[in-house]
Write a new protein. Structure first.
Length: 120
């Protein structure tokens, strides 16, 4: 199944007193069509963009037993690279939660929040 990545760019005119360190993508908003994903920021370098995102869910279902958990263990970052937008290499850095599975019969005690839009 092919996933579609949509992007929008809000153009703002250059003002005389605008800071000179604001890049072309300063007002760039990135959307994957995934409601649980929110943008934290964007970093622009020569020929590359890094978009920082986080999941906004209040829990996740264990992929092994299906039990829904609110009990957060920790966070980690997933890096997705080699996409291209407007001629720039694009890297997505997504902060994802790890949760405890409270189902006593489940062998998986800690699981990572699934990102359904990522290819396996």
């Amino acid at each position: 199944m092919q996933q579609v990545i949509s992007t929008t760019y809000k153009y703002t005119s250059k003002k005389e007193n605008a800071p000179t360190n604001r890049g072309l993508f300063h007002d760039f908003r990135f959307s994957l069509g995934y409601d649980n994903l929110q943008q934290d920021g964007i970093s622009e370098a020569v020929g590359s963009l890094t978009v920082f995102l986080h999941t906004a869910g209040k829990g996740a279902s264990c992929p092994y037993c299906g039990h829904f958990s609110h009990r957060l263990h920790s966070y980690y970052s997933r890096h997705i690279e080699d996409l291209e937008v407007y001629g720039h290499t694009l890297e997505l850095v997504i902060k994802v939660g790890k949760y405890y599975c409270d189902n006593v019969s489940c062998p998986q005690k800690i699981f990572c929040e699934p990102l359904s839009f990522l290819a396996r």
